[in-house]
Design a protein around this ligand. Structure first.
Ligand code: PMV
Length: 308
């Protein structure tokens, strides 16, 4: 069984569209895939099924992935363990798990690729391009390598050194809004109120810079405060909702060091930084009827998979 994780943006969403770096983390929950060589390439993801050449997005993505790997036809079955369509990078997770399963099924005993991590990432990116056109690569990176990383639009992804493990809790606080609509809405606000937008982006930029220092120094209390401030600035840009604010408040009330929306806002997910034990936060969310889970980002010393 091949596995892949998912991702959450810790700080800097939306500002990243205007050239400011953002910070994301890999979450351990994601997708599991099994593959075997077959006469025809077929893939089943939950209840969705596709066969090579049937014209569906799923089949085109699968064909692109097989082509990038130079792999023979396979039959693949994928199960997804995270909520989909809420900004956690489920499609990249499915792509990474599928690529790993195909590699396992077709190359057992074969000489290892010169750069297996790059190959896996490229296969997942060719899959992602079918669904998302021009993906930034953060979803595929988070799903494949986990850890904590910064990214600049068009400037690639870079691992950060995580000094102490980060215990995160994630809740779905309402249906997700369309990322495109949220980004376009902010662009309109920026046209109307350029000073407000500029001040907020500069604020977020400084929060991101300080967050990198906190992550590298193991200062979780400081990191949590920066997440709360980031949430305040995002809310000031009309990207939050009552449900997101309520989920953040519940997490803070249950001892979270910080909490904020993650991704495009307007609905979707909240990420909270726990002070070691995430269970009080999860209990508070579950009592409020929210779907949620926890995930630990290991310290860099423990995570050997993320390329440096
Ligand atoms: O919800 P996600 O994971 O697709 O993140 C959206 C992040 C934005 O900054 C709002 C948009 C973007 O393209 O970076």
């Amino acid at each position: 069984m091949a596995r892949a994780g998912s991702k959450a943006i810790l700080l800097g969403e939306h500002a990243v569209v205007y050239g400011i770096p953002a910070i994301a983390v890999g979450l351990k929950n994601g997708a599991r895939a099994e593959a075997r060589q077959a006469d025809r390439a077929t893939i089943r993801v939950g209840t969705r099924q596709a066969t090579s050449g049937d014209g569906s997005e799923l089949s085109r993505a699968f064909d692109a992935l097989l082509q990038t790997l130079g792999a023979p036809p396979c039959s693949v079955t994928v199960e997804v363990d995270i909520p989909t369509g809420v900004g956690l990078g489920a499609s990249a997770s499915i792509g990474v798990a599928t690529a790993r399963a195909v590699i396992e099924a077709t190359e057992a005993g074969a000489a290892a690729a010169a750069d297996p991590r790059k190959r896996l990432y490229e296969a997942a990116m060719s899959w992602e391009r079918v669904f998302h056109g021009n993906p930034s690569g953060i979803d595929a990176w988070g799903a494949a390598f986990g850890g904590c990383f910064s990214f600049v639009r068009g400037g690639g992804v870079h691992s950060l050194k995580v000094a102490v493990p980060l215990t995160l809790a994630v809740a779905v606080a309402g249906p997700a809004a369309s990322t495109r609509e949220m980004v376009e809405g902010l662009a309109r606000l920026r046209d109307r109120k350029p000073e407000l937008a500029e001040k907020s982006f500069r604020g977020i930029e400084s929060l991101v810079k300080n967050a990198v220092l906190c992550i590298e120094a193991g200062d979780c209390v400081g990191l949590g405060k920066l997440m709360d401030l980031n949430q305040m600035l995002l809310a000031g840009l009309f990207l939050s909702t009552d449900e997101l604010e309520r989920a953040c408040d519940l997490a803070r009330g249950a001892g979270a060091l910080g909490a904020k929306l993650t991704g495009s806002g307007g609905g979707g997910c909240v990420v909270a930084l726990a002070d070691q034990d995430p269970s009080p936060i999860l209990a508070a969310w579950r009592q409020a009827g929210l779907e949620c889970f926890s995930s630990i980002v290991p310290s860099s010393a423990e995570n050997t998979e993320a390329p440096s």
